[in-house]
Structure formats: structure tokens, C-alpha cells
Ligand binder design. Structure first.
Ligand code: BYC
Length: 485
């Protein structure tokens, strides 16, 4: 396939498939081609560990509206990781901040170079981190359908790394190339060179964690990419726009994954007329209390990914035009926010040298991490509502809920305190005594892991999870999504 006018089609005759006319820039092409073997050795060493012959994967072939993906069985090592930017709008204007109304930038302005590089590096760092975290999950997949989805997520996170590496190589010269090397040097959970953000150094040791991760942590990705899509730096905006299309599938994996775990548990509870977690566990499913603890953990570590409740970094990013708000174009204000205030969650003085959780008014600009976090929380609530509907339909009175914003936080206003999931302040001793009721304990993790027996037979599924309602790309559930080696 060759590059179409307008540059929407991917050119697969190239060593690095792309829609950015890479062959026109030999220096850049050579630089990326010299990074490519390092990427492939990283994939070999840190990517999916389960040996497979081939996997039914989608590959991006076009960024346009008229369909963009090709589906087929491919050997993962031959997957064509490429560079795709959404179509360029030549008339695009900056939509917020002090440069509002000026043409979007096609090059990096000198004064914003280091901030832009930092944002791109942080974004880029999360992508390979998640592949590393999920490396061993293939060995315990509950079905071939789930195994295929895991690998799809993995190859696309690999492609998202390519997306950020392209920006670093194309626009940041030598230091960009060094940062690109470092993205392969840092590793999730490594003592010497960990990944940058906390959640990406946590383990994803089982499939409940994987579904919670793809629901809660990938959803942070959706919101962060949504703000970078607004960026005045047009190549960043266009690359994030296309990444968001791929991200939708990752959300689906998380949402329906948790649906199916809840459904199976609810089914067992209803059939056996029991609310006893021990009995549910003995019958080979995951008790609701454990699902709630995993939810509490993944939601709270994902809240940390939004940074502090107040942040001068985010105020500067916004004013400079580097990072906008979620759905910036739909906000009904001046898109500069210099005179506005906002209430953010905060620890406030409650007299008698005591503190309580309340709200504090800050400038709207420094409150922008809170603005994004609130959009995210509302979105997360929709998943919880969905899971509660499954419980209600099974005739059960139990409900899942999101913990309080201050619960289990390590970043921001609540980093130094402990609270219950309801947001009640606790002493260190109270927390130590009670946290096992709210976060997964070793006993919970051992139970969940004990259920993780692989089901690699076509059309079969593990007993702790319900089958999906639909297969992939119109294929049935019992399709041969993966051929193991
Ligand atoms: N862990 O001013 P503050 C995804 C640091 S996920 C460790 O409050 P800011 C994906 C911070 O760097 C999306 N450190 O924060 C999902 C700063 O350090 P310096 C990834 C943290 O800058 C699943 C200091 O604390 N993309 O795509 O306003 C699978 C003060 O911070 C953390 C992005 O995040 C933390 N959690 O906001 C695959 C977008 N939080 O400067 C992929 C790019 C803060 O004092 N990143 N710190 O040394 C950003 O927009 C912002 O940098 C952050 C932080 C939202 C991360």
C-alpha cells in the first residue's frame, strides 16, 4: 500500500510503516531504524512471555474515518508497529492559553522545549511499562479470546511507544534520541531505574488486576491523551488523536472484563442463595468483597496519576498551550482562566490543630489536575453503575462503590494522611488495623491467583469468569484467536 494524498494510509512497503512520509527525511528514518532493533530486543525480553505461533490481531492501516484496521493472524514478532498521525487540519488554531487563536505549531517553540519533552517522555514511559507489567499474564489466560485481547493491548501499547519515540526523534534532536533510549532502559518495578509514575511500577499478577488496570489505569490514559490532543504542538495533538482510537478497545477489555467477573460471582451467589464470600471462594469464583478491594486499589493508584490537586506545572502547561482540558472546545469560558477560581479537594484546618477533608478555593489554572480528575471520576462511576446493574439484575442487594478521593493516596493533598473508603480520617494505628478490609491482602491475592489456571482450549472458559457477549470483529467466542507455539 502506498501513502494516499492527504497522508491517511499507512505505507507498509517501508521498514517502519508510517503515514508521515518518513522516506522524505533520510536522517530521521535512519535514526528510527537504528532504534527499531532495540525496540525489538526489548519486546523479546520484556514483552509477552507465552510462546505463540500467531494471534488474530488488528493492525492500523489508515487513520481516516472510513475504517482504519486490518484483522488477521500474525506472528507477534512480525507485527508491523508503525507511526500514524491523524490527518492534519491545515487551518487548526490554538484553542486555549496565552497563544489562543494563533496557528497551531508545526515545530517545537524553543521556550517550551523542555516542558513538551517532559510531557512526551512521561506519556511514552507508561506505554512499555504496561507491557512489562502484563508480561506473564498469557500463561494464565481464562480463554483464547482473553489471551488475544491481552496481546492486542500489548502490541498497541508498543505502538504508542513508537508514537512518542517518533516525536522525540523528529522534534527533539540528540536529547530526544537519548530519551528514546531511556524509555527502553527503565523497567517497571526495577529498583535501579523504575518507570516514572507510581502505578506503572505496581504488579499486574492476575487477570482481575489486568481488567481493573485496563478499566482504571488505561482510562487515565484516555483522559491524559484527551488533554494532549488539545495541544498547540500539532504533531503531538495528531498522534494522540489516533492513539485514542486504539485506546477505546483497551477500555472495552477492562469494562467487559470486570462485567464478566461480577456476572459470574453474582450468578453463583444467586444460584446458591449466599452472600458468604468464603462460600463463593470455595465454589471457585471471586467474592464481591475481593472485587471491591481490587477496585479500591486500582482506582486510588490511578487517581495519583493525575498529579497534585493543585499544581503550578499544570497551570504553566495550560497557559503555554501545551496541555488543554478534557473536551476543551466544549467549555463555555474564555479558555484562558486567568481570572477564575475553583474549589479543589483539600485538607483544611478544623481548629484545635486538627485537620479535616474539605474544599479550598484556588486559581482555576492551578486546579486543572483536579478538573481532569473529576471528569475521570465521573467516567469511572459509569462503570460502577454498570456492574451494580448486573448485581441488581441477579436480584442481589450488594453494591460496588468508588472509594473517597482521599483514600490510599500517595500523591497530592492527601498523600500524608489515611482515610477509610468513606473518607473518614484515620490514625496510623487505625489504618494499620483496618486497611486489610479495604485493600487486597495476601490471602485475597493468593485466592485470586489460585483461580488463574490457564484455559487455552478453543471455546472453553475458566470457571471464575462469564464468557463475553460478543467475539472480536464479528467472530464467535469459540474462534481460534490464538495458535500457541
Ligand atoms: N508518580 O505538579 P504535580 C497511559 C511528580 S496513562 C510519580 O502535582 P503535574 C497509559 C511530578 O512529575 C497517562 N511522580 O504534577 C495507561 C512532579 O515532579 P517534578 C500517562 C509524580 O506535573 C495504561 C511532582 O510530582 N500520561 O497513557 O501537574 C497503559 C509534582 O507534581 C506523580 C500522562 O501522565 C506520580 N503519579 O502532573 C498504558 C501525561 N504525579 O516536576 C498507558 C503527561 C506527579 O516536581 N503527564 N508526580 O519533578 C502529565 O501531564 C503530568 O506530568 C502528570 C503530573 C499528570 C503526570
Amino acid at each position: 500500500m502506498t501513502t494516499a494524498p492527504g497522508g491517511t494510509n499507512a505505507d507498509y512497503s517501508e521498514k517502519i510503516p508510517n503515514n508521515v512520509d518518513l522516506r522524505e527525511d533520510r536522517r530521521l528514518q535512519r535514526a528510527l531504524e537504528s532504534w527499531q532493533p532495540n525496540f525489538l530486543s526489548w519486546w523479546q525480553e520484556m514483552g509477552p512471555a507465552l510462546p505463540t505461533r500467531d494471534v488474530y490481531l488488528r493492525t492500523a492501516v489508515n487513520v481516516g474515518r472510513e475504517g482504519w484496521a486490518h484483522f488477521g493472524h500474525v506472528a507477534m514478532r512480525d507485527y508491523r508497529w508503525g507511526i500514524f498521525l491523524a490527518e492534519r487540519d491545515p487551518g487548526r488554531l490554538i484553542g486555549f492559553g496565552q497563544h489562543m487563536g494563533e496557528p497551531a505549531w508545526q515545530q517545537v517553540p524553543g521556550e517550551y522545549r523542555s516542558e513538551l519533552r517532559r510531557l512526551i517522555v512521561i506519556q511514552g514511559d507508561t506505554e512499555p511499562a504496561s507491557v512489562e507489567q502484563q508480561r506473564n499474564l498469557g500463561a494464565t489466560a481464562p480463554s483464547l479470546y482473553d489471551l488475544r485481547n491481552l496481546f492486542q493491548v500489548n502490541v498497541e501499547e508498543g505502538r504508542h511507544l513508537w508514537a512518542m519515540v517518533y516525536l522525540l526523534h523528529a522534534y527533539f534532536g540528540r536529547d530526544g534520541r537519548e530519551e528514546a533510549e531511556d524509555l527502553l532502559r527503565r523497567n517497571s518495578g526495577s529498583a535501579d531505574s523504575p518507570r516514572i509514575l507510581g502505578a506503572f511500577n505496581e504488579e499486574t499478577p492476575d487477570w482481575l488486576s489486568f481488567f481493573m488496570f485496563t478499566y482504571f489505569t488505561d482510562r487515565d490514559g484516555k483522559y491524559q491523551l484527551g488533554t494532549l490532543k488539545e495541544s498547540a504542538f500539532d504533531p503531538l495533538s495528531r498522534t494522540c488523536e489516533f492513539m485514542l482510537k486504539e485506546e477505546a478497545h483497551h477500555m472495552m477489555v477492562g469494562t467487559t472484563g470486570v462485567d464478566r467477573v461480577v456476572e459470574r460471582t453474582a450468578q453463583l451467589m444467586a444460584e446458591n442463595d449466599t452472600a458468604d464470600g468464603a462460600e463463593v471462594a470455595a465454589r471457585g469464583a471471586i467474592p464481591l468483597e475481593m472485587i471491591q478491594k481490587y477496585l479500591n486499589f486500582h482506582y486510588s493508584v490511578s487517581l495519583d496519576l493525575f498529579g497534585g490537586e493543585t499544581s503550578t506545572n499544570v497551570a504553566n502547561y495550560y497557559t503555554a498551550g501545551l496541555k488543554g482540558r478534557w473536551l476543551e472546545g466544549r467549555r463555555k469560558d474564555d479558555h484562558k482562566l486567568t481570572d477564575d477560581g475553583v474549589l479543589v479537594d483539600a485538607l483544611v484546618d478544623a481548629g484545635d490543630r486538627k485537620q479535616s477533608i474539605g474544599q479550598a478555593e484556588v486559581s482555576a489554572l492551578t486546579g486543572l489536575n483536579t478538573d481532569l480528575r473529576r471528569e475521570y471520576t465521573a467516567d469511572c462511576q459509569s462503570g460502577v453503575n454498570r456492574w451494580n446493574k448486573i448485581l441488581a439484575e441477579a436480584g442481589l442487594p450488594q453494591r460496588l462503590r468508588l472509594p473517597h478521593v482521599a483514600f490510599n493516596r500517595k500523591v497530592g493533598a492527601f498523600a500524608g494522611i489515611e482515610t477509610s473508603p468513606e473518607g473518614e480520617l484515620l490514625s496510623a494505628a487505625e489504618w494499620a488495623a483496618k486497611s486489610g478490609q479495604w485493600l487486597p491482602t495476601d490471602v485475597d491475592k493468593t485466592h485470586v491467583r489460585s483461580l488463574m489456571q490457564p484455559v487455552h482450549e478453543r471455546g472453553k472458559i475458566a470457571a471464575w469468569i462469564a464468557p463475553p457477549r460478543n467475539g472480536i470483529n464479528g467472530k464467535p467466542f469459540d474462534y481460534e484467536y490464538v495458535h500457541l507455539a
